[in-house]
Ligand binder design. Structure first.
Ligand SMILES: [Zn+2]
Length: 174
């Protein structure tokens, strides 16, 4: 695949697997490109048929394409950009697992093993990281506010000292 086209796909998928969401940074490298409709099932190289996918998801999806029976039962793999994923499954924050909301969602999550233990653990860790980042931001804001209060109090004390003639203001005071 020409580098420019690969870059376009990476950008289109925000540098993360379209199926499981693992980022290049978490995976430690560039991911693979999956043919949504496999070449063996008549798929082509058009942009919409190219899904940025991690090695595992690509492996689990392999050359799956709905058989006539699957089609009759409504089974297929969801397209990360062309299907509304939230209609078919949702993330349960407490468990880090994808909870299917439809028959297709159940099929999709099962085929791609989107609740594989390492992935669930990764989601839980990411959630924890985001939570801690939020808390850190809050604490930094509180420290800034306290610093402002302290410097306002210092200015007030200096002014009082000057008014009461208590000598030169100490150099640390602003
Ligand atoms: Zn993946």
């Amino acid at each position: 695949m020409p580098p420019l086209e690969l870059d376009l796909i990476r950008q289109r998928y925000n540098y993360a697997c379209g199926y499981c969401g693992v980022s290049e940074v978490s995976a430690g490298g560039v991911l693979t490109v999956d043919h949504y409709r496999p070449l063996s099932a008549g798929g082509g190289d058009e942009l919409d048929n190219l899904v940025y996918a991690c090695v595992r998801c690509n492996q689990y999806k392999h050359s799956y394409w709905p058989t006539a029976d699957d089609e009759r039962l409504g089974f297929r793999v969801l397209h990360p950009l062309l299907d509304s994923l939230s209609t078919h499954y949702r993330l349960v924050v407490a468990s880090g697992r994808f909870d299917p909301l439809s028959k297709i969602g159940h099929f999709h999550v099962t085929l791609l093993r989107l609740n594989r233990p390492q992935l669930v653990q990764h989601r839980l860790k990411e959630q924890m990281r985001k939570l801690l980042e939020g808390k850190l931001t809050m604490l930094e804001q509180q420290v800034r506010e306290m610093e402002q209060t302290i410097s306002a109090q210092e200015r007030y004390i200096s002014a009082l000292e000057a008014r009461l003639g208590l000598g030169p203001v100490s150099p640390t005071r602003r």
